[in-house]
Design a protein. Structure first.
Length: 372
């Protein structure tokens, strides 16, 4: 009799546990899957590392403090548009994600945008700057500035430094590089600036001596390079080997350890605009830098901060409106004056943000903020 009672009790407990397991769990208690498409390997893998650094910090904070938990699913783009397309299709069709953070290159993000838009998937890029993204769709956002904002800051600064002295340009043959050169050329010449040779190069290129020799023969006072960290480093190193005496300027993606290691002593003196100030006294930005340095032993640069903000903003909207991509999209558009790790953010009607720029340079192998 006693054994029968014990068996009945055990069966009752098992039944309760089964019922609990089959009961519907509120969506807020489930981890929301968020896809990440980034160059984890390939020529721009350092950017992928920055992606992961910033996203890891945000994921840890969200899953500790937020109502809605998140789970990141990474896909490697190899910094190739066609691979980025395959990655987002897999995330949407197989993993059933409603939110994607990525990519680094503008060409990659532009290739993914129609897929995100068609499937009503919120796509936030922490890096891509090309102007075409402004009109890429209602579900497309970025925590990065666009090319026009950078050019409008940098062209007058460069003209102030160089005056009528001639500037030649070397740019990556991508949506970002082409867009930057077109907009910079128009702005700079409208100021009265003097532009000379304009040369394009590919992401796969490693030998720039032919282009640099052509530029050397043009005898510019300055050379503006618009590329990736590694390629910019190779260009400046090879320019030094060719005894090119022109001053070097660059676009914002140049700042990284990889650039310094690649360029070596040739990096010294390059000047560039940057929409991120790691010396900011803002409490949010200071706190982020402290946490980042504690985990990674270095200060954060722009991409990690932008990536952190992208995931944090998604989390805020998920907490607010739940796991519904249309409602999250509308929530993002309502974000105004958000103080994030990368600065103050307000999404406009196109999903773009505006940020404050500073001028920086390489001095003694370090990235230094210049006095304005």
């Amino acid at each position: 009799m006693k054994n029968s009672i014990i068996i009945i009790i055990i069966l009752a407990i098992i039944g309760i546990l089964v019922l609990m397991g089959n009961s519907s769990t509120p969506q807020s208690d489930k981890a929301v899957k968020i896809g990440v498409v980034a160059p984890l390997t390939g020529s721009n893998a350092e950017a992928g590392m920055f992606f992961k650094n910033g996203l890891t910090l945000a994921e840890e904070e969200i899953n500790k403090n937020s109502k809605v938990k998140v789970s990141l699913i990474y896909e490697d783009s190899q910094y190739k548009p066609e691979v980025s397309v395959t990655a987002i299709k897999k995330l949407v069709e197989v993993n059933k994600v409603n939110y994607v953070i990525g990519e680094s290159g503008s060409s990659q993000t532009l290739a993914m945008a129609p897929i995100a838009e068609k499937n009503k998937v919120v796509l936030i890029t922490p890096v891509s700057q090309a102007s075409k993204l402004t009109d890429a769709g209602d579900y497309i956002f970025r925590t990065q500035i666009n090319v026009s904002q950078e050019v409008n800051f940098f062209a007058p600064k460069l003209f102030q430094i160089l005056g009528k002295d001639k500037v030649d340009i070397m740019a990556l043959n991508t949506d970002y590089g082409i867009d930057f050169v077109d907009k910079f050329s128009l702005a700079y010449e409208n100021l009265g600036g003097n532009l000379g040779v304009k040369e394009k190069f590919k992401n796969e290129d490693t030998d720039f001596r032919t282009i640099l020799t052509k530029i050397k023969n043009d005898k510019p006072a300055a050379i503006l390079i618009v590329g990736t960290r590694k390629l910019d480093g190779l260009i400046m190193k090879q320019a030094k080997d060719l005894s090119i005496s022109a001053r070097f300027f660059a676009s914002s993606p140049i700042e990284s350890k990889e650039f310094i290691e690649t360029a070596g002593l040739a990096a010294e003196g390059v000047i560039y605009p940057y929409p991120f100030d790691d010396t900011s006294i803002d409490s949010t930005q200071k706190a982020f830098q402290e946490i980042y340095k504690s985990k990674y032993e270095v200060k954060s640069e722009m991409i990690a901060a932008n990536s952190y903000d992208a995931l944090m903003l998604l989390s805020i909207c998920l907490d607010k409106v739940g796991n519904n991509s249309e409602l999250v999209k509308n929530c993002l558009y309502s974000i105004k004056d958000y103080q994030g790790a990368s600065g103050q953010l307000t999404f406009d009607s196109s999903g773009d943000v505006t940020k404050h720029f500073i001028l920086k340079a390489v001095k003694n192998g370090q990235f230094i903020k210049l006095e304005e």
